[in-house]
Design a protein around this ligand. Sequence first.
Ligand code: DX5
Ligand code: ZN
Length: 226
Amino acid sequence: MAGDVVKLAPSILAADFARLGEEVAAAEHAGADRIHVDVMDGHFVPNLSMGVPIVRSLRLVTQLPLETHLMISDPDVFLDEFVEAGADPVLVHWEGNDNLHRTVQRINALGKRAGVVINPATPASVLEEILQDVDQVLIMTVNPGFGHQHFLHTTLPKIRRVRQMIERVKPGCDLEVDGGINAETAPLVVQAGANVLVAGSAIFGHDEGVAAATKRLRAAACASTN
Ligand code: DX5
Ligand code: ZN
């Protein structure tokens, strides 16, 4: 995979919420490709984070896509609100959704791109029948719910398997990874076939600043492809 097609999606979960607009502007200026918004309900995952108002406010201050990762128990209930606020793509988990195809159809019917997320213990094979209907797949490389966790190296073979599946079933579908991505792990996931990298703590809250951190992460991700 060519290094220049690796996209970066900074996760604002690690940003300074008191300066959220500035943090997102800094990421955009540094060349981020999308902004990753982690929505948690304290039920699907054991943590609370943010919701629709954050998406609505950020939609006014950035040109970047607001990729919205729904870690909530019943995403269908909130799809309209998130889409109306400016979420796109909308990423929903395979886990706990007995009608995933319906959820994906609903996102598409609202005119937005849909992505499906799988947790570390969920096998790649669950994607077989939904892959043709989505624009991206997100493989969790930590257990969802918190930033600043360590990358799970056991997810690497799964990334390779999903890359093969995408080439076979839906070439052009994005393969994204989320959790513990930094300058050390980025080359590993890119080599395994990921082309979109979510990064929270590696970009925000870093001593060197958002611009330098973004540059370093992109260089690490691209170097692995040269
Ligand atoms: C975890 C979230 C991630 C998180 C990543 O549940 O989905 O997007 O922000 O944070 P880092 O990059 O710090 O592991
Ligand atoms: Zn996320």
